[in-house]
Design a protein around this ligand. Structure first.
Ligand SMILES: [Zn+2]
Length: 309
């Protein structure tokens, strides 16, 4: 390797470490997430209506809230999200449930080998990197029209969203492969996300800090999709650059893998430029992040010592 290239990558790593330090100091400050302080007041646990087990905010085996809806926001999504969970993934440790609680109308969780129906492969993507790099596309690529396709059908399909459904795999770094190999996922286009540093407190051996928690990946995907479709609000643009898109530093590294709590975004808001419409998906994630950080020192948590590259 030429010396200048080595120097260049060292500079990039230093720049990245510097950015990471700034983001880590207050990772959610630029996102529009409701105030989580009320959750701190919830002390008693309740019984889940379905399985009768004692839970705090939600039941992670039944995917049901046990908490009154006034304590957490709800979000409407522009497409359907299906999450396939590895059967050995520990339910209490997964963040997939956050999406199912906050966007109940649009998110469904399946325990593998249970599988979502895929009625139209053209309108569905798998948010996961294919081993075959040629098959990987970015969210932006979804907006490239196939020439003449609609004309040939003699119909105009002028919709804002190029897909109707996205599938995510919820498992650890090591478990993903068995689900990914499933024949039913083979024909789907694989989408890779822009680089973003995970704030997940759960340490996973050998995974880099680009390996996002499931709820972070879903949020990242929707932000990219919305931004490509409708643009980004001027005031919000800086947040995207600083926090949600670090691709200018690292090119396609690896995806890898309010006070008034009740807030629902409506159809009109959904069609505005991106200004944080899906940020509340990270509501429970932010709360738990803060809770963990109130107990442990950030610099001592193994998860944040994972390599950046
Ligand atoms: Zn339950």
């Amino acid at each position: 390797m030429a010396e200048s290239t080595v120097q260049h990558s060292t500079d990039k790593l230093l720049e990245l470490k510097e950015k990471q330090k700034i983001i880590d100091e207050n990772p959610f400050c630029n996102l529009k997430i409701n105030d989580t302080r009320e959750l701190k007041l919830v002390e008693s646990r309740r019984k889940c209506d379905l399985c009768q087990k004692s839970r705090k905010f939600f039941c992670y085996t039944c995917y049901q809230p046990v908490l009154s809806c006034r304590y957490y926001p709800r979000v409407k999504l522009p497409i359907k999200i299906d999450i396939i969970k590895h059967p050995r993934e520990i339910p209490g440790k997964s963040t997939a449930i956050h999406a199912a609680i906050i966007a109940p109308a649009d998110v469904k969780i399946y325990i593998y080998p249970d599988f979502p129906e895929i009625p139209n492969k053209e309108e569905t993507v798998l948010v996961f990197p294919s081993k075959d790099n040629a098959k990987n596309i970015s969210v932006k690529d979804l907006f490239v029209r196939k020439e003449g396709k609609n004309d040939a059908l003699g119909e105009k399909t002028e919709t804002v969203w190029p897909i109707k459904r996205a599938i995510f795999i919820d498992s650890t770094w090591h478990q993903t492969k068995s689900i990914y190999k499933d024949q039913r996922l083979r024909e789907l286009r694989c989408v890779i996300l822009k680089s973003r540093i995970s704030q997940f407190w759960r340490h996973q051996k050998d995974s880099p800090r680009w390996y996002l928690a499931t709820i972070e990946s879903i949020h990242q995907f929707l932000v990219e999709l919305h931004t490509c479709a409708l643009g980004v609000d001027e005031d919000y643009g800086e947040t995207i650059k600083k926090y949600l898109d670090l691709n200018d530093i690292i090119k396609n590294t690896c995806y890898t893998d309010s006070t008034h709590q009740y807030s629902v975004i409506n159809g009109e808001e959904l069609m505005q430029r991106y200004n944080g419409q899906y940020d509340n998906l990270l509501y429970f994630f932010k709360y738990m992040f803060e809770h963990i950080h109130s107990i442990y020192n950030h610099n001592e948590l193994k998860a944040y010592k994972r390599p950046l590259i």
